[in-house]
Design a protein around this ligand. Structure first.
Ligand SMILES: O=P(O)(O)O[C@@H]1[C@@H](OP(=O)(O)O)[C@H](OP(=O)(O)O)[C@H](O)[C@H](OP(=O)(O)O)[C@H]1OP(=O)(O)O
Ligand SMILES: Nc1ncnc2c1ncn2[C@@H]1O[C@H](COP(=O)(O)OP(=O)(O)O)[C@@H](O)[C@H]1O
Length: 516
């Protein structure tokens, strides 16, 4: 008996050891599975939104074609009635523009008929595309074609869609921030339209926000149910956002449930790896949804967009591959004025993308070192002189010479025609205070925006330049030029800084006007 007694604990011990080993192996498998699933979720979340990337997946040329095709169709719907196209004379238009560039301080247009810029055109004749060098104050450079007008309400901005031939020699083929600039701007406008149509957005953002802020307890169950909600919302992919969602390969349901259970188990035992991956996933998904909400609210500050047109072939179906002279169709913000005064102000403390080559970064910083301090620079402006019936133009070289705050104050006073006699004073005061109110709205939106930075974008302001009548339209302010928009956690403080500076100069101008 005694000889057999020791065997009982040994069997029991063996049983316990085996059970423990089984448990350990099972938990290792669960942990392994949870971690691979977490990694998979993280990869997808990174595809959806990551800090510092452009809005458009640059490597995805099939997606680019999709966007161009969609924009072309939208454009055909807009300009389908065009029957007559004036000769475009690009070369002479460009020379006209560059002539201004070489002029010292300002260029005076040679005739008032040029200055009227098609506004004598019969309003019913909405079928012609013409040159519009008279209203173009920015975007004038050796490498750029001029902006056109499509009377009476649109401007056509030339887009560089084909990336093979149009790179500046200086940066060679390596400047990724320039290669896709045309399709990026197009995609931006398409994206804004798409964001506005996604109804569940507010709810999604409000459900995700507490998860992002909850550092102590990541409510993983809630996160999983939100990811499922996003899958359900994922529509067929025409746009970048939904394209991203619908291309996440959905795991078969049975396997997904097991993976989710493993994830929950790993979460319960406090596996640090799983916890950190999940946290970064939550943050990406939140930024993804918030970005669209930011864009939805931005829509009121950008010119209405109507698609893409090939001015060589405006009214027919052009295929993406045969497109010759692509132009973005935007509402002309100056069209409600008889003699619009216009200013283009490039905003932000940095005018290049974080990924721009060092040579470009240096060029931009040297162009106007004060940009980082002021957060803005005047790229071009024009002001109507009722006494002569002509316009005065100030080009980008003028803007880069404004080295002090006082210089900027004087330049803005010239734009708002302050000091032009007592009859102008009350008009100037009205315009300045209206513009300031609109800038405050833009600033509020910028403070709400936590996901985007608008490198090298501008605020375009237009107001009536004729001696004011009571019927004059209010000034118009819009944000333009979305070639270099990037995702950025925290939004664009450099842009806000620029708006704040302009606002404080406007309030100085108001005081000066009131006391003069
Ligand atoms: O057209 P490119 O390649 O000459 O680039 C332009 C710049 O030339 P650079 O790189 O300095 O030789 C150009 O610089 P300049 O103003 O000509 O000194 C501008 O930065 C332009 O952007 P935007 O018209 O001001 O919005 C730049 O255009 P985007 O790259 O913003 O389209
Ligand atoms: N919606 C608009 N309405 C009126 N003029 C515009 C509009 N958009 C652009 N412009 C004119 O075209 C110029 C260049 O536009 P922008 O988008 O900045 O081009 P680029 O990317 O070449 O710098 C502006 O300075 C302005 O004069």
């Amino acid at each position: 008996m005694n000889r057999t007694e020791p065997q009982t604990p040994s069997i029991a011990h063996f049983g316990t050891t085996a059970a423990l080993a089984l448990l350990l192996t099972a938990s290792k498998i669960v942990l392994w599975r949870a971690r691979s699933y977490a990694k998979y979720l993280e990869e997808q979340a990174t595809n959806v939104w990551s800090d510092g990337t452009p809005l458009l997946d640059l490597s995805h040329e099939e997606l680019h074609r999709c966007i161009i095709q969609k924009a072309l169709q939208r454009g055909i719907d807009t300009v389908g009635t065009i029957t007559q196209i004036n000769d475009l004379h690009y070369t002479s238009s460009k020379e006209d523009l560059l002539h201004r560039k070489s002029a010292n301080i300002y260029y005076q247009s040679s005739s008032s008929s040029e200055a009227s810029n098609g506004r004598d055109v019969d309003e019913n004749d909405c079928t012609s595309i013409t040159k519009c060098e008279a209203i173009q104050v920015g975007g004038i450079s050796n490498n750029k074609l001029p902006v056109l007008t499509l009377a009476p309400h649109f401007i056509l901005k030339p887009l560089r869609l084909s990336h093979k031939t149009q790179l500046g020699a200086r940066d060679g083929k390596n400047d990724k921030t320039k290669i896709y600039r045309g399709v990026r701007e197009l995609a931006f406008y398409e994206y804004v339209l798409e964001a506005a149509s996604w109804l569940a957005l507010e709810r999604l953002v409000s459900e995700l926000k507490p998860l992002v802020n909850d550092n102590e307890h990541i409510r993983i169950g809630a996160y999983i149910s939100l990811v499922r909600l996003l899958y359900r919302l994922g529509k067929p992919h025409h746009t970048m956002s939904h394209y991203n969602i619908s291309h996440i390969s959905v795991i078969p349901k049975s396997s997904q449930v097991v993976d989710e259970l493993c994830l929950l188990a790993a979460y319960q035992i406090g596996d640090q790896y799983t916890l950190s991956v999940i946290k970064s996933c939550i943050s990406s998904w939140y930024c993804f949804a918030k970005e669209q909400l930011d864009l939805m609210h931005m829509a009121e500050f950008i010119p209405p967009y109507s698609g893409l047109v090939d001015v060589k072939n405006p009214s027919q179906n052009t295929s993406v591959l045969s497109i010759q002279q692509p132009h973005l169709i935007l509402r002309d913000i100056t069209s409600s004025f008889i003699h619009p005064n216009i200013i283009d102000i490039k905003m932000g403390t940095q005018t290049y993308e974080p990924d721009a080559p060092k040579s470009k970064q240096l060029r931009e910083t040297q162009k106007y070192p004060m940009q980082s301090e002021f957060g803005f620079r005047i790229v071009g402006m024009r002001v109507y002189d009722p006494a002569t019936g002509n316009y005065r133009y100030w080009d980008k070289s003028f803007g880069t010479k404004l080295l002090t705050r006082r210089d900027c104050n004087c330049a803005l006073k010239a734009f708002f025609q302050c000091g032009k006699g007592s009859e102008m004073k009350s008009t100037s005061l009205n315009v300045v205070s209206y513009v300031a109110r609109e800038l405050i709205k833009i600033k509020e939106w910028l403070e709400y925006n936590t996901t985007l930075a608008f490198y090298a974008s501008s605020i375009l302001i237009a107001y009536e330049g004729s001696i004011c009548t009571d019927t004059a339209s209010n000034p118009v302010l819009k944000i333009i030029d979305f070639t270099h928009v990037c995702r950025r956690i925290g939004g664009d403080p450099g842009y806000i800084k620029g708006v704040e500076h302009i606002l404080s100069i406007l309030s100085e101008i108001t005081v000066e006007l009131n006391t003069s």
